[in-house]
Design a protein around this ligand. Sequence first.
Ligand SMILES: [Ca+2]
Ligand SMILES: [Ca+2]
Length: 419
Amino acid sequence: MRLRLTRRILVLGCALALAWIVSACGSKPLLDDVTVIPDLITPNADGQTDLATISFRLNRSADVTIRFHDWNENVFTFRDGIPLGVDEDPYTVLFPGVVAGFTLPGEDYPVQIERRVLPDGVYTWEIIARGRDGETASATGALTIQDADTELPVITGFSVYPKTFSPNQDGIDDRVTINAFLKKDVAALTVYMLDENGVRHHIPEDERATPLNQAGFHTFDYDGGIDAGAEPPPDGTYIVYAEARDVLGQEIVVTDTLTLVNAGRPMAYILNGDVEIKPTTLVISDTLCFTLTVENDSGTYLRTTGPWSGSTYRSDENFNALGWAQESGVFRVGLDFDTSLRNYPFRWSIGRPEVDLVQIGKHWYLPPFARSEVTGCVQIVEMPPRVNLYFWAGLMHEDVEIAPINNRVDPQLVEVWEP
Ligand SMILES: [Ca+2]
Ligand SMILES: [Ca+2]
């Protein structure tokens, strides 16, 4: 009886030994050599024990999750299912005490908390590896968090104004102002608009307000990228994000919406650079007229203003005198000549209301990709300083630019004689 028992134990022992040998020789453990050092950190960015080094070895490819459990059975995720390949060298990850965003009981923040530092306490860390074949291995240990700087980089007063804008350099609602108030100094404050392709359109900060990244009031200014020469994003409603990240790595996000209408970079030309000016010989009190065609070579509406195409000036008048002052963002055709005292004193709209132009709000526009014939006349009422003068046309985008191709177009010699 005693002998049989001994023999049984022996058989069992061999079987166990065999299993151990197969495990050790044929297949190493999935997760190996796991360490978290030190076992106490103080995440407050003072340079002292701010980080723990998490180290482990994978003997087969696996998805690795690193998380923390508190004393109330709450779970905080640091890394979630990161796919990692088998590697002879151990993986190391620096843990700054910051995990995926969470809210504690009784808290109500009007912001999204993306990443947040763990409050002081003793946590159980857990590293889980899930192999491709479903095999799972894990390791656990204790980590103490002490003196954590738990103040979040909260953003308040986030506003986008106007909520609808038309980035097209027509001088009407071309820019958006975005305000945000930072409660603490941060490592980065970023504002951007996300388009339907997932592309971020960075919105630059107006540096006249608080110094970059410092607690206080921050202002951002967005023109759709036009002033930098870019084509703005297409019309539509977008989400604007403001993200604040502090030196610990805590991250806060707030959002608002912004709608783009009539977005587009305006481009227009005098068709073929061709201007008809006649007559080219006249006497005082005769009238000089021009005809040209304006082409809107863009997908946006071009704003314009009077005097309307077809109007006649006296040569001792100018557009200001007729009550049509320079206006930011409007396109006008101008006529200029050698001895004129100011740039393009005679100006006309790039089309006629309700003929070539359409009304949007209170203003008149040449539609996308449209052409319009523009004419205008000047009655020469006084003798110019000399008999022979060049006259030329221009197409100006007031307070924005006169593109070189639209300046001093098709100069023609005109003779003016006393009667
Ligand atoms: Ca510290
Ligand atoms: Ca506009």
